[in-house]
Design a protein around this ligand. Sequence first.
Ligand code: C2E
Ligand code: MG
Ligand code: MG
Ligand code: MG
Length: 285
Amino acid sequence: HAKRAGKNSYRFFDKQMYDNALIARRIEQGLRCSIERQELQLHYQPQIDIGSGKVRGCEALVRWYPKGVEQILPGQFIPIAEETGQIVAIGKWILREACEQYRRWVSEGCAPSYVAVNVSARQFKDPEFVEVVRGIIEETGMLPDTLMLEVTESVAMEQGEGAIGKLGELKQLGIKLSLDDFGTGYSALSSLQRYPFDTLKIDRSFIVQSQSGDQGAVMLEAIIRMSDGLNLEAIAEGVEDESQLLFLRALGCTLVQGFYYSRPIPGDQLGVLVTAGFKPLDGDK
Ligand code: C2E
Ligand code: MG
Ligand code: MG
Ligand code: MG
């Protein structure tokens, strides 16, 4: 319907759409050979138990360094990989790579309890997804309960009964499940108890809002209480400073991930953090 708008706006939208489409096409083409050219890497961000300062687990986050151009962030290329279906192959690579890295940590004696891998909507929908996960666990010799999959709230809720069934099959494999970006989608709170999640990741926006007035804090507290009641472990994502940390602790949330402790880092550096740990919050008073 761009054509129905006035002449000027037609041209304006046309140009912008053209630019976006061009960028998307370049990204799609670049992604096609990103695996064979070894342009993809995983970084890992620790999830810390704030009381002890120990690294409990970590989240794998993909990084793309295309030859000859600047790094492109996942927020830009993952949605395109989703649309084109490329995420299915890339997602397999990510899962295998994370499991292989985990094995390296084990052999070096510096493995956290688990590595969490993000699963996108398109990947999760793939009829072969559960078999792919099973195959990779077997091939890499990964102990199932050292693998966690992160699924966003929208994926879990929009795919409804099908999602509950599929998550159940994954749970049967013995792996852990985490509900990512909680609070950003439209969760029917009442149905949450029917999903076999182990942890619930409180979206960063709640951590930010909790500091700018009472409403945010109330929401955060309600989410933490609810997780407790549903026997889900709450993880706060995007913790950037000490006041956020202390506030979360006061509300009873003790597992956090964020720049305050560490940005996502290469696997060998994550191993060093696991061995060293962080300063325990309870130890300094
Ligand atoms: P996500 O799964 O919610 O990942 C958390 C994002 O928050 C990461 O961004 C991480 O770097 C960032 N973050 C962590 N701590 C902080 C903090 O303290 N402050 C701020 N401002 N940000 C923080 P990243 O790596 O750019 O990834 C963005 C999104 O892209 C992810 O959101 C996820 O949806 C997607 N993604 C990243 N890696 C993968 C992957 O391997 N597979 C799939 N399917 N999606 C991925
Ligand atoms: Mg995630
Ligand atoms: Mg998240
Ligand atoms: Mg998020």
